[in-house]
Design a protein around this ligand. Structure first.
Ligand SMILES: Nc1ncnc2c1ncn2[C@@H]1O[C@H](COP(=O)(O)OP(=O)(O)OP(=O)(O)O)[C@@H](O)[C@H]1O
Length: 630
């Protein structure tokens, strides 16, 4: 029985993703609720029926009190059949309806609605561009993906469990009292107006307060996760206390917003109690007066009393349900700041797969300043013929990585065009573009999975033998065989830890090299691909790299000029522009920037951020081949 209801809606059913999700709350929720339409209609019906039955039972109780006033000997004869029908209804039909109501809520809606939202929200966020992720905390994004779905589930639950039920119940109460004596509805209607006003006040204040709270909580998660992911820097600079203070600031903000929210609930509770007192005194007092005047039966007084006492008990629950509904709506609204953001970098509707025939790359007056006045790339025009090997050098911040990221379409250029084999990279599908490009980065972070999964990331359908061959080529096979993780998994099955932290930098770089070897894409981008390797391994890997470059168009960013000196062509970027362009010897002979870089190389390293300043840069060269060495 459970399974039937649990399978009523498939949260993973195919759907057409929406690049621009609605920015308003209700349309946003409705888009996720669409697959649940049938279930929601049924839940509304059962909820209304359940409320009507509650009212019916109270009416029946009044009726029973009235028949008690008659002759006991006559009761069975006159009302036996009705009483038996009532018993049958209570014993069998009511539990059945109740079971249907609960199963729809607990089995069909609750587990599936949250799952559907989480799955689709994650799918949406995954489609965001690299630039989008750079502008936020990963922890905050994750927090929103985690807390929005249960909040939306709670909204649905309260809507059917409390709101629909209580509305139906209150309407039923008015009808029942009106039927007994219309005057009895006067205090009830008065109460309803005040109660409505109280709910309106609460709702208006609770949603923003809860959104502020949720916002503050997400910030806490963002800061906490930021400290955990960068724990090495935290420890290295002995900044535990600073980090704690930084988090405390956010934690305190969360406490302040939470306190503001809780004040609302206390005020609401006090007002509700006062209102309920008025209701009981009003209705029961009036019913008693009518009875004393002989205008109402004992049954009417009993039913009216039962009704308001039940209402009295229910209002707290309704109020709680209504506020939790709006509190959860506030959380959903906060989550929407992440989940409802449009995908700005997307495939054009007519995007075709990239047809990579030769691997010719053209940049046409390409500019990208990350939305700022300077930085990035500035008016770069360039043609790289198919199969050419290009070395890209320049000072730190010259725009080398920007060029590579634009080529991969991690961002859309602010001006100009990039063509690969004559096709504009913004007009082909992103998947096909990135399939055609292999990239090895300086900071090769791996996924928290097994070595095998990480290498196969380059080509998931590769065979075991192909994967091992790639690892061998990257000089990774031997050390991989020696790996063993904390759970005893060894070799290719060993887990590499978050971002590959359980491996050395050189090991990480070799694994990421193996996956690019496996991918075997026609265009190769190397961003300091061997920077983390010791010279012995590097020498061996250089051979592998030269082998890999065979027949491919290559752009290699290098800080160590010796690794690119033999390339067909060297491009020197300076301040986002191409300063020099030509083979090693020609550039050396020209005596410009490249020649000065080369001259300043010591032991194969090149200096630096400030080539004018000899003393500083030479020191940096000796100690740091990363940032300082260009
Ligand atoms: N995501 C970003 N948002 C804003 N500005 C950025 C971003 N990425 C890079 N920049 C800016 O663009 C300029 C070029 O950066 P880029 O990373 O391309 O330099 P680079 O030549 O690769 O430097 P390095 O050798 O240090 O890696 C820098 O001034 C940098 O501050």
């Amino acid at each position: 029985m459970f399974r039937f209801f649990e399978n009523l809606v498939d949260p993973y059913a195919p759907y057409s993703p929406n690049d621009t999700p609605p920015r308003r709350l209700l349309p946003f929720l409705f888009q996720y609720a669409r697959p649940f339409r049938g279930v929601f209609v049924l839940a509304t019906v059962t909820s209304v029926l359940t409320a009507s039955i509650e009212i019916g039972l109270i009416a029946a109780m009044g009726w029973v009190v009235d028949i008690l006033e008659g002759d006991p000997a006559q009761v069975w004869g006159a009302h036996g059949l009705t009483l038996m029908a009532l018993g049958f209804f209570l014993l069998f039909l009511r539990p059945l309806l109740n079971a249907l109501d609960v199963a729809l809520l607990n089995q069909a809606i609750m587990p599936n609605l949250g799952t559907l939202i989480r799955y689709r929200a994650h799918a949406h966020v995954l489609r965001q561009s690299v630039g989008w992720f750079e502008n936020d905390f990963a922890g905050r994004i994750a927090n929103r993906i985690m807390q929005t779905p249960p909040a939306a589930g709670e909204v649905a639950f309260q809507t059917f469990d409390a709101v629909t039920f209580s509305l139906a119940y209150i309407v039923g109460a008015v009808l029942l009292l009106g039927d007994s004596d219309p005057r009895l509805t006067i205090p009830l209607l008065g109460w309803m107006i005040l109660y409505g006003l109280l709910i309106r006040w609460t709702v208006r204040n609770v949603s923003p307060a809860s959104k502020a709270s949720a916002d503050a909580r997400s910030l806490v998660t963002g800061r906490v996760v930021d400290a955990y992911t960068n724990v090495q820097s935290v420890k290295m600079f002995a900044h535990d206390d600073r980090e704690l203070d930084y988090a405390k600031e956010a934690i305190e903000k969360a406490r302040q917003t939470f306190m503001r929210e809780m004040r609302l609930y206390t005020t609401m509770d006090l007002a509700l109690n006062a209102l309920n007192g008025l209701l009981v005194v009003g209705v029961v007092g009036l019913a008693l007066t009518l009875w004393m005047q002989g205008n109402a039966t004992a049954g009417v007084v009993a039913a009216a009393t039962a009704l308001v006492l039940r209402l009295n008990a229910m209002t707290g629950w309704i109020m709680w349900a209504t506020t939790s509904l709006f509190r959860e709506l506030g959380i959903v609204q906060e989550g929407m700041e992440t989940i409802a953001q449009p995908i700005t970098l997307r495939d054009t509707p007519d995007a075709q797969p990239l047809r990579l025939t030769d691997g010719r790359i053209e940049l046409k007056v390409l500019s990208h300043h990350y939305g700022q006045a300077s930085g990035g790339l500035d008016h770069v025009t360039l043609t790289i013929p198919a199969g050419q090997k290009v070395g890209l050098v320049g000072r730190s911040g010259a725009g080398k990585s920007t060029l590579v990221k634009l080529l991969l379409r991690f961002y859309d250029p602010e001006a100009g065009q990039i063509l690969i084999d004559g096709q504009d990279v913004t007009r082909v599908t992103q998947a096909s573009l990135r399939e055609g490009i292999g990239m090895v980065q300086q900071d090769s972070s791996l996924l928290h999975r097994s070595v095998r999964d990480n290498i196969l990331y380059g080509r998931p359908d590769a065979t075991e033998a192909e994967m091992i061959a790639a690892a061998r080529q990257a000089h990774a096979h031997d050390f991989i065989l020696g790996l063993r993780d904390a759970e005893g998994r060894a070799g290719y099955d060993a887990q590499v830890g978050e971002r590959g932290v359980k491996l050395s930098g050189g090991q990480r770089q070799r694994i990421s090299l193996a996956r690019v070897i496996l991918k075997n894409a026609p265009i190769l981008l190397l961003d300091e691909a061997t920077s983390a390797l010791d010279s012995e391994v590097e020498a061996a890997i250089q051979d592998t790299l030269y082998g890999m470059m065979e027949g491919k168009t290559v752009i290699a960013i290098a800080h160590r000029l010796s690794t690119i000196a033999h390339m067909d062509r060297i491009l020197v970027l300076d301040g986002g522009r191409i300063a020099e362009d030509g083979p090693h010897e020609v550039l050396l002979a020209r005596g410009g920037l490249y020649a000065s870089f080369w001259a300043r190389q010591s032991g194969g390293f090149l200096a630096l951020d400030h080539p004018e300043d000899d003393t500083d840069t030479d020191t940096a060269t000796d100690t740091d081949s990363g940032e300082a060495a260009e």
